[in-house]
Design a protein around this ligand. Structure first.
Ligand SMILES: N[C@@H](CCC(=O)N[C@@H](CS)C(=O)NCC(=O)O)C(=O)O
Length: 210
């Protein structure tokens, strides 16, 4: 049995999308970040870093050992490998997926998070906002260049790399970014948004706070 501890956030959405794409049954367990539930002792026992998402896998196929996993990229890789989908077993495509996942975790995700946090500051910090947005624009430019070459983030086929990027780009309006300058990103974003699994995951993620 799979459990996903999540909230209405970009990183949670990634985990929900991969579960829906793979057709896996899971229980969605809300962790209310606004009420600080991520800092509770019970949640810290699952993830000492006190952040969502967290996945637990209590499947019999894990040999009786419970798997508890944090970090959205690690969750994507774990579930892709568990099912043999959305990540090539070897070769160049696998390397390209990892290239995108590391770019995501070290570049795109921190840039979006920083811009999101700076936007929440009161009083507003225009200089910090401009600096954060310029880094978001830079990483979007990198993604645009990538998506000009092929339909998906890691090449010709949809993979967990697309799911990783989509999680944050889904929230571009919340940080005041327009995608208008990035036509290939728009083409890709519309394509991924229309996938039934992505629609379901977004609805479930939004429903946590509705
Ligand atoms: N690198 C982590 C980041 C996780 C993360 O930043 N989660 C945010 C929500 S998107 C969170 O739980 N924030 C609560 C907090 O920082 O107190 C991942 O990819 O899973």
């Amino acid at each position: 049995m799979l459990e996903l501890f999540a909230f209405t956030t970009p990183n949670s959405l990634k985990a929900s999308i991969v579960l829906e794409e793979l057709g896996l049954e899971y229980q969605l367990i809300p962790v209310n970040l606004r009420q600080g539930e991520q800092k509770s002792e019970a949640f810290r026992a699952l993830n000492p870093n006190a952040k969502v998402p967290v996945l637990t896998d209590r499947s019999t196929e894990t040999g009786g050992e419970d798997i508890v996993l944090s970090e959205s990229a690690a969750i994507l890789v774990y579930l892709a490998e568990k099912t043999g989908q959305l990540l090539a077993k070897d070769g160049l495509h696998r390397a390209k997926v990892f290239e995108q996942l590391f770019f995501h975790a070290s570049g795109l995700s921190p840039a979006f998070l920083q811009a999101f946090l700076v936007n929440l500051q009161s009083p507003p910090q225009p200089e910090a906002q401009a600096r954060a947005l310029s880094e978001v624009e830079r990483v979007l430019g990198v993604l645009e260049h990538n998506l000009e070459q092929h339909p998906y983030a890691a090449g010709e086929t949809y993979s967990i790399a697309d799911i990783a990027h989509f999680g944050w780009i889904w929230r571009h309006q919340a940080i005041g970014i327009s995608l208008a300058k990035y036509p290939s990103v728009i083409r890709w974003y519309e394509d991924v948004s229309a996938r039934p699994a992505v629609v379901t995951a977004i609805n479930k993620t939004l429903a946590i706070t509705q």
